[in-house]
Design a protein around this ligand. Sequence first.
Ligand code: IPD
Ligand code: CA
Ligand code: CA
Length: 273
Amino acid sequence: MTAASPRELADLALVTARAAAELVRERARGHVTVAATKSSDVDVVTEADRASEALIRAHLSAARPGDGFLGEEGDDVPSSTGVRWIVDPIDGTVNFLYGIPQYAVSIAAEVDGVVVAGVVLDVARDAAYVGHLAGEDHPASVTRDGEAIAVRGPVPMALRLVATGFSYDRRIRGLQAEAVTRLLPQVRDVRRLGSCALDLCLVADGRMDAYVEEGVNLWDHAAAGLIARLAGARTVVATGIGGLDLMICAPAHGFDEVFRVVRAVGFSPDSGE
Ligand code: IPD
Ligand code: CA
Ligand code: CA
């Protein structure tokens, strides 16, 4: 199997994400229960997470045999084509469990270690965020339901709306809460919406001024991080105060200031304070 263009990989990811989103929507109409817990007692998985990932794996491997796979709910599959799919079958599982309409299917395509295409499908709103890099015969593109998107314009730190999230690890939550306490007086407000992928897409389409969270995994942000960068954001994955990956995303024009404040308030260990 030869590597397809970024646009072709995005097209395949979109068709696959739509099918998975339909499955998740169908499951949401029934009675959703916890199937198992993972890293902690509040880190849950439902049957719908597993079914969504199985569907995505089946679709992608039928279309492109030999591609690698990194999915939250299943075993890693090595790639023999140079292409690897990075998948979160439901990002925002706790929202899904509680019937809060803020969760997504996230599929990214990586070629030789670089994410070249990403789709985040907002299940409840049936909205599709799609981004891909330029290929030999097409330019880069980033859209929400086919319309080009871009980050918000410049805004002073005190007027920034900042999305964040809290780890499933209770020890790290305490540290995150302390950092948020110091952040709050410096910004407009914070939001904890419960889906890393959708938080990043909100930065991408100009409805959030920044995003910061420790404890995220590659499957949470691979697709949405590309979408945000293509829309004019910068993303950095640093080490957080609890020792886990700390993701920071903000429009490129104000990124440095956000990064400085995030460090100063104690999201990362090298704040110097
Ligand atoms: C979680 C969500 C949540 C974030 C967690 C993620 P999951 O993903 O993105 O917003 O705070 O860090 O693990 O478990 O719902 O796929
Ligand atoms: Ca996730
Ligand atoms: Ca998940």
